[in-house]
Design a protein around this ligand. Structure first.
Ligand code: PNW
Length: 481
């Protein structure tokens, strides 16, 4: 093979690839070993909050089957595994003066040891939406700046202290936009607050999401400051935040739709405060005095508080100007092109269609705008109606294979043709699991889970992802030796 062609197919040295999960979506055993409740426990068991009425009490039973899960990862040949820690297993009541639960710490400590013993790099999310319920009850959780920032920093410090000798990749928060907007604006995620009184008796969608987002940024930034000052020199890891953000494409080339596509991005990926030290102009315009200000001291902590750009991305939306939805930057999203055709293949999740070109465009946009190495920490696809298919059919997940084929091509093109610095790729998800408000009806796994028996069955997409990454890594190794 000519060397340029070979070059095109390599993954950079040290590139981490693997699969991702989150504690509440897989662990189950919500009452085991002294775990405290999280805001998702009762919420997910409340009738009407999930599509199939099911909560997270069992999920994929991974708190009990963790060794089996690690063997699965091993058999898939991954380099790394991204998972999250349940705050309420470690500090059941969550607060800085509350007792620490050694059994919870032991669980994650053993888990990390077992990963390392199997040559799998632990890539750890500190917070993937499962706030200790006690903090919500005590002071309103994410709504209370002074308390949550201190309690989160305390929890993060404890994790660095107990796991940081072995964990070198930390994510502070998963998808702050989802926490703020879906939890406190639309009210479809825990704690389910919203101005929509058919959903919630409490909440203010005009103000709370922006406050929550502000407090999330500060909590994240304080944890990073703590890591850099007191742990990094000794432990030598990296730390950052991970954001959801999909590519937005103007519906057509009219100036108002072109401007709208940028507005959609400004709100969906509003991370300029971290990377540029300022808010996007459009956010200021749209929110006026509802946009919380940072004091100069706070700006100093927030700006530069991520070693990398953590990227969760799934789809592309076509954007039209107009409408009143602030969470979309007063734009309208569509998958239907002007000529009536669809952008890509429809997933089971209504918000998701395939469009690999959008993934490449987003990688380029973020690289140019922020100039930070990019860790892709989630990317995946839910096959339409997979949950109601017979097993044999579900295992032939062709749409998901095509999705990952497209993603692989986009990553390689972004690295080799566009010069984007990409350091990881985690497919969402290792297993079918609890898909939040969609319950278990939506399946994102490369492994099929039979929830009756908790049996795991690899799908065609797992074989695809494993074989393509393994051969790309093997090539890289050959070239570098
Ligand atoms: C992410 N949306 O959530 C989460 O990090 C995962 O826990 C989740 O399972 C995965 O994506 C698949 O949904 C999202 O409505 C939830 O646009 C909703 C949206 C985006 C991401």
């Amino acid at each position: 093979m000519p060397s340029t062609e070979l070059q095109q197919q390599l993954l950079p040295k040290g590139f981490l690839w693997g699969f991702a999960t989150a504690s509440f979506q897989i662990e189950g055993s919500t009452g085991a070993d002294g775990r405290g409740k999280s805001i998702w426990d009762d919420f997910s068991n409340t009738p009407g909050k999930t599509l199939d009425g099911k909560g997270g009490d069992v999920a994929t039973d991974s708190y009990r089957l963790w060794k089996e899960d690690i063997q699965l990862l091993k058999s898939y040949g991954v380099k790394a595994y991204r998972f999250s820690l349940a705050w309420s297993r470690i500090i059941p009541l969550g607060g800085r003066n509350d007792p620490v639960n050694e059994l919870g710490i032991k669980f994650y400590s053993d888990f990390i040891d077992e990963l390392i013993a199997n040559d799998i790099v632990p890539f750890v999310t500190l917070y993937h939406w499962d706030l200790p319920q006690a903090l919500h009850d005590r002071y309103g959780g994410w709504l209370n700046k002074d308390e949550i920032v201190q309690d989160y920093e305390n929890y993060a410090r404890l994790c660095f202290t107990r796991f940081g000798d072995r964990v070198k990749h930390w994510l502070t928060l998963n998808e702050p936009w989802c926490i703020a907007v879906l939890g406190y604006g639309r009210g479809i995620f825990a704690p389910g607050r919203s101005s929509d009184r058919t959903r919630s008796s409490e909440g203010d969608s005009a103000t709370e999401p922006w406050l929550v987002a502000h407090h999330e940024m500060l909590a994240h930034a304080h944890a990073v400051k703590a890591y850099r000052e007191d742990f990094k020199a000794l432990q030598g890891g990296q730390i950052g935040i991970t954001l959801n953000g999909d590519w937005s494409m103007p519906y057509d080339d009219s100036p108002e739709n072109v401007a709208a596509a940028q507005h959609a991005r400004d709100v969906a990926i509003g991370t300029d405060p971290i990377y540029l030290g300022s808010y996007p102009e459009f956010m200021k315009e749209m929110l006026g005095d509802r946009l919380p200000e940072y004091s100069p001291e706070e700006w100093a902590i927030v700006h530069g508080s991520s070693d990398f750009y953590g990227m969760n991305t799934y789809t592309t939306n076509m954007i039209k100007a107009g409408g009143e939805d602030e969470f979309q930057g007063k734009t309208m999203y569509t998958f239907t092109r002007p000529d009536g055709t669809q952008l890509g293949t429809q997933a089971h999740s209504p918000w998701l269609q395939t469009y690999p070109e959008g993934f490449r465009a987003l990688l380029n946009y973020l690289w140019k705008r922020y100039q930070k190495p990019i860790f892709v920490t989630e990317n995946g696809f839910s096959v339409k109606d997979e949950g109601s298919m017979p097993l044999e059919q579900a295992l032939q997940d062709t749409d998901r294979v095509e999705y990952y084929q497209g993603a692989t091509q986009s990553i390689l093109a972004a690295i080799h043709e566009d010069g984007v610095d990409i350091r990881s790729y985690f497919a969402w998800s290792l297993l079918d699991n609890f898909e939040w408000a969609e319950g278990y009806t939506t399946r994102f796994g490369v492994t099929y889970v039979d929830y009756e028996t908790q049996t795991r069955y690899p799908k065609a997409s797992q074989k695809f992802v494993t074989s393509v990454r393994a051969s790309l890594s093997a090539l890289s190794l050959q070239r570098s030796s």
